[in-house]
Design a protein around this ligand. Structure first.
Ligand SMILES: [Zn+2]
Ligand SMILES: [Zn+2]
Length: 395
């Protein structure tokens, strides 16, 4: 039920899917601006439009994604539709079509929306490419707006047990020719059925050897085991000297308010509140929100992953400057940790920690640069929100 300013009410039906409850939409109005410094741009880095359409998944029209991104305070959206869905018509998902033509249509729709609405968030038409890891299993790679379609039918489930990857990760990266790309949900839990039927696997250290993958999207809409294991994997890579970015995103399939998906094909559905569009996000320093500037930013070494606050470290002479910010909506800063790592070590070390009790919304501080290879920060707020910075390499 919704009421407009004149008191007129209208009733909307969220869905009439069988087997799941009709829960009300949740609407949150923030009382304060988002706590990001000027010169940073916030984006959704993994989401699906209606070009991801198959028997078990779907997505939203690009126009709606652009409008929703604006409503939730994003500057850009990296659309990452499945490589295997471009081979089929979105309005009739069992009918094959030319994947290159479908991909070109997707790109031109996104570009027309960007040109027609320069004040709305930028849509970057990327792809979630299914490619082969070192074990010959399908893993997903998110690409930041490359011009040519990248093939990948391996785990699309539409060619029976012919589920071998089309291209390896290295072959895919070669075709990307420098376009930033990110390992999607690198340590997601994969059921035995998914392993058998779709030959799905996880990202491994060997898969990052070429050093061309710019980031690991281990924050995938929630803080479960995928996050814990993916973050540990990221830290292992930092300790190997790999200058790799942490990426936060949601893998939303048109889920703007609640997340509804297929639990068991043809049998049951589920609904939840994780994997919501724009809920967790990645910030990059960039003067402009156009695709070329954002692409440059992701080739750099700085970003912030957050579901609320902001935290970043920068070099300042012989010191490290820390900038942490929250607002009244996310609550006062609660804890802040600085971790350091040295290439070749097996674990990081906690260098410094704050436990705030004074209701501070900001911290600006300078501490001496440690004798380590890198330093990074994590912050949490009173209302349970958190942010983590990319690693600042010191030599
Ligand atoms: Zn995926
Ligand atoms: Zn996805």
């Amino acid at each position: 039920m919704a009421e407009n300013k004149k008191g007129k009410t209208s009733e909307f039906l969220c869905h009439n899917f069988p087997g799941i409850k009709q829960e009300p939409l949740e609407i949150r109005l923030l009382n304060h601006p988002l706590p990001y410094p000027d010169g940073w741009k916030a984006g959704e880095m993994h989401c699906h439009s209606e070009f991801s359409s198959d028997p078990v998944e779907f997505g939203a029209p690009l126009k709606l994604m652009q409008e929703t991104a604006d409503a939730v305070g994003l500057d850009f959206v990296l659309c990452t539709d499945h490589s295997y869905d471009f081979y089929y018509r979105r309005e009739s998902f069992l009918e094959p079509m030319n994947a290159e033509e479908n991909f070109a249509e997707y790109r031109s729709q996104a570009e027309a929306l960007n040109a027609g609405h320069p004040n709305l968030p930028t849509l970057v038409p990327g792809e979630e490419v299914s490619c082969g890891n070192s074990q010959g299993e399908n893993v997903h790679l998110l690409t930041f707006g490359h011009p040519q379609f990248l093939p990948g039918l391996g785990d699309g489930g539409r060619r029976g047990f012919k589920n071998h990857p089309d291209l390896t990760i290295a072959e895919t990266l070669k075709r990307l020719n420098g376009t930033p790309s990110f390992a999607a949900h690198p340590k997601a839990k994969i059921g035995w059925l998914e392993r058998k039927i779709f030959r799905r696997g996880e990202w491994r250290e060997e898969d990052l050897e070429s050093d061309s993958v710019r980031g690991l999207q281990f924050w995938n809409g929630n803080l479960g085991a995928d996050y814990r294991d993916g973050k540990a994997f990221w830290i292992q890579q930092l300790l190997k000297g790999r200058r790799i970015l942490p990426i936060a995103a949601n893998d939303a399939h048109g889920d703007f308010n609640q997340n509804i998906g297929v639990k068991f094909p043809l049998i049951s559905l589920y609904q939840g509140r994780s994997h919501l569009f724009g809920k967790v996000r990645t910030l990059v320093p960039s003067a402009s929100k156009d695709t070329a500037s954002l692409r440059e930013a992701f080739l750099g070494e700085h970003c912030v992953c957050t579901d609320g606050p902001f935290v970043s470290l920068t070099r300042d002479g012989n010191g490290i400057h820390i900038d942490a910010r929250s607002n009244g909506d996310f609550g006062a800063l609660q804890t802040l940790q600085i971790y350091v790592g040295t290439t070749g070590d097996i674990a990081e070390r906690l260098l410094k920690e704050w436990n705030f009790t004074d209701g501070s919304l900001n911290l600006n501080d300078l501490f001496p640069a440690p004798a380590s290879s890198y330093v990074r920060a994590e912050v949490s707020t009173e209302n349970g929100n958190r942010a983590l910075s990319s690693a600042l390499f010191l030599n």
